[in-house]
Design a protein around this ligand. Structure first.
Ligand code: GLU
Length: 316
């Protein structure tokens, strides 16, 4: 399959979808993103990289970071993690409080904000136990290593902008603390959470960084074991069922691959055993997923016949 041509065709076909959707503006620093941008990159398990469009332009990965922190937390505490959070789709917006109250402060899954805050708490505790008490620094270093790029960084302006306006995340963290589901002080956990969301990288880096998930938990290019094979399988399963907020069912229906999106307009997708695909376009649909990115992935799945459920329909 000529992946270079597939990506170039997608960049061409996606043009009418650019600039039509609004970028996230509830975090003021994110509102500056340009909704005409579009990038796509593929990394295969044998180490080929293909890219097209704005694939080298750095963007704020936001909730895509939840994938990497989940990986770190599973490395730290293994299945013990599931005593503190579930793995069911929430069917609710990513920052909903109501469900959390009904379910006694135990978040539905690690990809809604409440769940990711519990995951950040695990990482804060692990940093305290280690000699390196810098949880956000540990997350950044992990992602830099996975991406094989020391230029991956935390955008301090975005982290601060989110900390200044993240009232709902503050509420979620305090609420869980009151239920006894946070070990550390909410402020420390939120600082880590806001910084992980503000990680900035490009599509090429992102597809490289997630490659272990396409290769049973081992980085195929360095040979390093990142997580156990069964943990990688589980992460992929949670991406499939919970990776797109309350549009996860729709993404499975249209694309049919495990994916994780963020309100910066990035999406990472895993084609198990084969490759990863990262897309970025900041205009969002009403559930907060990249509008053009989602359509591009539909096109990709159709053109490469890579939906896990069979062939899919969008014209190709
Ligand atoms: N930092 C964002 C928030 O907590 C992440 C949102 C997202 O990408 O889903 O609001």
């Amino acid at each position: 399959m000529d992946l270079k041509k597939v990506l170039n065709d997608i960049v061409h076909e996606i043009k009418p979808e650019l600039g039509v959707a609004k970028v996230a503006d509830y975090i003021p620093a994110l509102a500056k993103a340009d909704s005409h941008k579009f990038g796509i990159a593929v990394t295969t398990v044998i180490g080929e990289t293909f890219q097209a469009g704005d694939a080298k332009v750095p963007f704020s990965i936001q909730s895509v970071s939840k994938l990497f922190t989940l990986t770190l937390a599973l490395r730290e505490v293994g299945d013990g993690l599931w005593k503190r959070l579930g793995r069911e789709p929430s069917g609710n917006p990513f920052n909903s409080l109501v469900q959390l109250e009904r379910e006694n402060g135990v978040p539905r899954n690690p990809f809604i904000n409440a769940g990711a805050i519990v995951v950040a708490d695990v990482i804060v505790s692990a940093a305290k136990r280690s000699r390196h008490d810098d949880p956000a620094g540990n997350i950044l270093q992990f992602v830099q290593t996975l991406a094989d790029d020391p230029k991956v960084r935390i955008d301090r302006i975005i982290a601060k902008s989110e900390a200044d306006t993240g009232y709902r995340n503050v509420a979620l963290a305090n609420f869980m603390k009151s239920f006894g589901n946070l070990e550390n002080e909410p402020e420390a956990v939120l600082e880590t959470y806001f910084k992980q969301c503000a990680i900035e990288m490009n599509c090429v880096d992102l597809s490289r960084a997630a490659l272990y998930l396409a290769n049973f938990g081992r980085d195929p290019l360095t040979g390093d074991r990142i997580v156990k094979s069964e943990q990688a399988t589980r992460i992929n399963a949670i991406m499939m069922t919970c990776g797109h907020y309350d549009a996860s069912g729709e993404f499975a229906f249209k694309v049919g691959l495990p994916g994780k999106s963020g309100v910066g307009g990035g999406i990472i997708v895993v084609v198990p055993g084969k490759m990863t695909v990262a897309v970025w376009s900041p205009g969002l649909n009403k559930q907060g997923n990249s509008h053009a990115g989602t359509i591009a992935l539909e096109l990709f799945a159709a053109k490469t016949k890579s939906s896990l459920f069979g062939t899919t329909g969008r014209k190709h």
